[in-house]
Design a protein around this ligand. Structure first.
Ligand SMILES: CC(C)(COP(=O)(O)OP(=O)(O)OC[C@H]1O[C@@H](n2cnc3c(N)ncnc32)[C@H](O)[C@@H]1OP(=O)(O)O)[C@@H](O)C(=O)NCCC(=O)NCCS
Length: 167
């Protein structure tokens, strides 16, 4: 969506990027909210960024956790975590702020995440994630990006994966 600049010219919106959650943006990341109904799809608690930051400290599964913000300029629109093993990466806790959902941000973020994994983790063969069976929006998003169920189930949620080497 274009918006007016100070001189009245229509400017393009700032591009969507991934940024580490760090000392500069962590408060903005904590402000990202999903609806109470959506919370069961993404984390046990709000703010989702708090769960992500706690897990990056605790490092469940002994994975290499990477807490990320989805940004546009100085705004944080969403949060997500990557957790890297030697030959695969898990994508967890993707949340787009409720005020920004349904505008293509989640889809664009997944594209950025896949490019980021391919660039920074050459040993990663696939990206995996768990999707709640009732989370139709997320299933639609992941399917359109090339993910499909791999037959595994974790805590009642089917695991979906995307093979990076065949992409
Ligand atoms: C799921 C989520 C990350 C998707 O991000 P988003 O920015 O809202 O999604 P997008 O706008 O990129 O749309 C992705 C797809 O879902 C559909 N969709 C997303 N939100 C929708 C809504 N509120 N109503 C109808 N369709 C919707 C879109 O139509 C799109 O499908 P299409 O490409 O076939 O048109 C986001 O809605 C969210 O944070 N939900 C709550 C937490 C959650 O469920 N996380 C996923 C955990 S696996």
């Amino acid at each position: 969506m274009a918006h007016g600049g100070e001189d009245g010219r229509v400017e393009d919106p700032p591009p969507l990027r991934l940024a580490p959650i760090d000392q500069h943006n962590w408060r903005a990341a904590l402000a990202v909210q999903v609806t109470p109904d959506q919370l069961r799809y993404v984390a046990g608690h709000q703010p989702v960024a708090l769960v992500i930051l706690a897990k990056a400290y605790v490092r469940p599964g002994d994975l290499d956790w990477e807490p990320l913000a989805v940004t546009a300029g100085a705004s944080v629109l969403g949060v997500v975590a990557l957790a890297h093993a030697s030959t695969h990466t898990e994508l967890l806790h993707l949340a787009v702020d409720v005020s920004k959902q349904g505008q293509g941000i989640g889809s664009a973020a997944v594209e950025l995440l896949l490019a980021h994994v391919a660039e920074t983790r050459p040993g990663a063969e696939d990206v995996r994630l768990a999707v709640h069976p009732e989370n139709g929006h997320a299933q639609r998003l992941y399917r359109s990006r090339g993910f499909s169920p791999n037959g595994e189930v974790r805590d009642g949620e089917p695991i979906w994966s995307l093979n990076l080497k065949r992409k």
